[in-house]
Design a binder for this molecule. Structure first.
Ligand code: UDP
Length: 238
């Protein structure tokens, strides 16, 4: 597969990637395993930003479906992403990887606020920057947060770690004939409603020419492999 070389990347993981075999919450062994993936990428010389969702703890739409005010529920979802960010920071620091968490909702005692210039400096110093609380506003998702930070931080690519090895024309978990794309355009993803990321996140990447690399984070060693131009993935681009 012909892949461009990347130096600075943003890795987006859904909260479910931290859940392990459970149905809820944070599994410390799973967090440690994912942290090792990040460590390997770091040691291979990449600059890394991380965005982790909160769906393993709380999603605003679920709260709203249960009768909560949507915005209030979304703030709870954003707080869930901060918990995941702190869990990942802990796991990375235990491996000796230096990190900073920057949250779009300020909480001075816990982490830094999002300050773009400071985040750039962290990357230059070899730290992994974990962005929490999405864009800091309700009615958004961490996919949009990931696309926004990737643009702000001038990342060469947004890597979306999922439970499958790329983008398919239909759901490979239910359709055995589903076909995987090696490459697919932003416009096709949007027009065919292919499940990659939220439409607003895909559009933001398209408008800023940021390739989205969809790959499986479940496979051990896969992140470093994908960054090295090997392994199975789908690249969403122009
Ligand atoms: N959220 C939000 N604004 C943001 C990012 C997240 O309101 O900018 C809330 C929203 O309720 C969302 C929850 O945080 O459902 C968790 O984020 P997300 O659903 O993106 O997590 P993931 O599906 O990636 O685990």
């Amino acid at each position: 597969m012909n892949r461009p070389a990347f130096k600075r990347i943003l890795l987006k993981l859904s909260g479910e990637a931290l859940m392990g075999s459970g149905e809820f919450g944070i599994d410390t062994d799973t967090v440690a395993r994912v942290a090792k993936e990040v460590q390997a990428a770091k040691e291979a010389g990449f600059e890394l930003c991380l965005v982790i969702g909160g769906g393993n703890i709380f999603r605003g739409v679920a709260g709203a479906a249960g009768g909560m005010d949507r915005a209030q529920a979304d703030y709870m979802g954003m707080l869930a992403t901060v918990m995941n960010a702190l869990a990942m920071q802990n796991a990375l620091e235990q491996l000796g990887v230096h990190t900073r968490v920057q949250s779009a909702i300020e909480m001075d005692q816990v982490c830094e606020p999002v300050i773009r210039r400071r985040a750039l400096r962290h990357l230059e110093k070899g730290r992994v920057v974990i962005f929490a609380a999405g864009v800091g506003s309700p009615y958004f998702t961490t996919d949009s947060g990931a696309a926004l930070r990737a643009a702000e931080m001038k990342c060469d690519a947004l890597l979306k770690g999922t439970s499958v090895d790329g983008v398919y024309d239909s759901d490979p978990k239910t359709n055995p004939d589903a076909r995987r794309f090696d490459n697919v355009s932003y416009d096709r993803v949007l027009s065919d409603n292919l499940r990659v990321m939220d439409a607003s996140a895909v559009a933001l990447c398209r408008d800023n020419n940021i390739p989205i690399v969809v790959f499986s984070i479940r496979e051990q060693g896969n992140l470093a492999k994908i960054l090295g131009g090997e392994g199975t993935a789908t690249i969403v681009g122009s």
